[in-house]
Write a protein that binds this ligand. Structure first.
Ligand SMILES: [Zn+2]
Length: 229
């Protein structure tokens, strides 16, 4: 019982601290920026959905499939962007558990004339010891994709304290990623972590982990916008 109250208090405290950290860094940006920013459109693409479960978890009674890990992170990220930044429009490729084709995802982004496209996934590898977040772009020619990718990698490392693996381009991967190849704006695909790694699977399934990951992506978008607008 005692422990319950302690852990509740701790939870509330952590939450307030989180709001404070976001708000304080937000207001310091606002103080210097008196001009209203032009509209900034972000497309948030929660990978997979519906029959396409993505990577499978190790134990369905304890953990979620990839499609159900990435959706809450996508929705939290969208919430932060809409609530904490001015003049931002968030467009989701899905907000529920339904199948969306890769072509549709690209079409949604291109039709929205998005300024930034973020596709959110979780990784899997037969070698269970492999872990870490990883960011993908199409190639180095799309300069702003790389600018955002670098900011995202920094936040994943510093804010979310994740091990961050090397940035991947088409050449590194040896193949194209459809959504990165066909979207017409700066675009990244982020693999939040490896579901095949025991510790990382626990983190990816935790509310804490999802909140911190969403917060890290949010901070990268906020920083990136300062550069491009
Ligand atoms: Zn995926």
């Amino acid at each position: 019982m005692k422990y319950y109250y302690f852990s509740k208090t701790l939870q509330i405290f952590t939450f307030l601290l989180f709001i404070f950290l976001i708000e304080s860094s937000f207001s310091s940006v606002e103080t210097f920026d008196k001009t209203k920013k032009p509209l900034f459109v972000v497309v948030i693409d929660a990978g997979h959905g519906g029959n396409d479960v993505g990577n499978e978890c190790s134990d369905l009674s304890r953990f979620k499939q990839e499609k159900d890990i990435v959706l809450p992170v996508a929705l939290q990220l969208g919430g932060y962007l809409e609530n904490l930044l001015e003049n931002v429009k968030v467009v989701y490729t899905r907000t529920e558990d339904r199948y969306v084709s890769l072509e549709e995802r690209v079409e949604i982004a291109n039709n929205a004339s998005a300024d930034l496209f973020i596709s959110i996934h979780a990784n899997h590898n037969p070698i269970k010891s492999i872990y870490g977040s990883q960011v993908h772009i199409h190639n180095h020619d799309i300069k702003f994709s790389k600018v955002f990718a670098k900011k995202l990698m920094k936040q994943l490392s510093e804010r979310a304290k994740r091990k961050v693996l090397k940035l991947q381009t088409k050449v590194d991967r040896g193949h194209n990623l459809f959504v990165l190849q066909n979207t017409k704006m700066p675009a990244v695909l982020v693999e939040l972590g490896f579901m095949s790694n025991g510790q990382e699977e626990v983190y990816l399934n935790s509310e804490y982990g999802q909140t911190i990951l969403a917060s890290a992506i949010f901070r990268a978008v906020r920083e990136y916008r300062e550069v491009v607008q």
